[in-house]
Design a binder for this molecule. Sequence first.
Ligand code: OGA
Ligand code: NI
Length: 384
Amino acid sequence: MSKRNRSKQNKKMNKNKKDVKIETEKSSMMDEWPEPIVRVQSLAESNLSTLPDRYIKPASQRPTMTEDAPAATNIPIIDLEGLFSEDGSSDDVIMAKISEACREWGFFQVVNHGVRPELMDAARENWREFFHLPVNAKETYSNSPRTYEGYGSRLGVEKGAILDWSDYYYLHHLPPHLKDFNKWPSSPPTIREVIDEYGKEVVQLCERIMRVLSSNLGLDKDKFQEAFGGKNIGACLRVNYYPKCPRPELALGLSSHSDPGGMTILLPDDQVFGLQVRKDNTWITVKPHPHAFIVNIGDQIQILSNSTYKSVEHRVIVNSERERVSLAFFYNPKSDIPIQPLQELVSTHNPPLYPPMTFDQYRLFIRTQGPRGKSHVESHVSPR
Ligand code: OGA
Ligand code: NI
């Protein structure tokens, strides 16, 4: 081998070595958190009079520094009663309300949605009990950034990041092979059974809404579901626990983000407000209707609809008086199939705005960077 070729080959080997090193660093990074985990619950219970620096948001992100919509403003509330009649026809007025909400707001509340109110209350209260267990009883479920399953206190693995004022629990409901009861809490004793049943009912609601979203674009009602992988979709639950915060004007319970998945069905706290939705340049505090779910479009449905439906930024504010518990159920595409604007919705005049990407690839961003507004879906546009 000539000297030149040998040096070329050495360079190549070094480059490969470097790649391997980066890959291992990346994968070991995903195995553990960059810093010791501090439970927000423990901080809240230690009666701090000041807020630790790690939770102080830069001035521009603080809830008091941003503009609020008039207090009475709310996201649309839609009654689903009669949406699907026995003969398979659907109600045009309700369909039109959903269509407008998906285009203009990306968020709406639904009542008469078919999930039993007792089951909703049982789910929330079982989780509240879980979060009231002493911190050390929950540490056995402590999670890592690789799968996020279990008990966690941060999103993202960036060392030194400013953190949100919340703990959470994350678990898989679908696909069936990812549903692992051993990774679900066992206390309180009814929790597994209740979450399992809750998940099944909420999936049915998601399937109904997917049909509406599809029909509302003039497509076959099953088109969205098929694009998501048919029966092989993913569904997971993140339960958020926002303890009382000593300086709520400096912190956020959850930073501004859009949900990376398909659609989210949120069961909010029935007593305490906290969710804010961005409408133009103001923040609207959602006033939950009793036993309503809050539905929102995620990035994958924005992509599928070629941006006709909007995945909208939202965040959570905290307060010093009362803790808050919410259940966010994420309905996602099968994780390894490419998601892109539906062929029926694009043309030469209306080209696809996004290149194909699997949800596995897509969600790596939020798993490493943490919540960052709409920067992810905005940076995912096709080159022009
Ligand atoms: C989420 C979320 C809102 C809330 O978990 O993605 O936006 O009210 N939660 O907890
Ligand atoms: Ni969200």
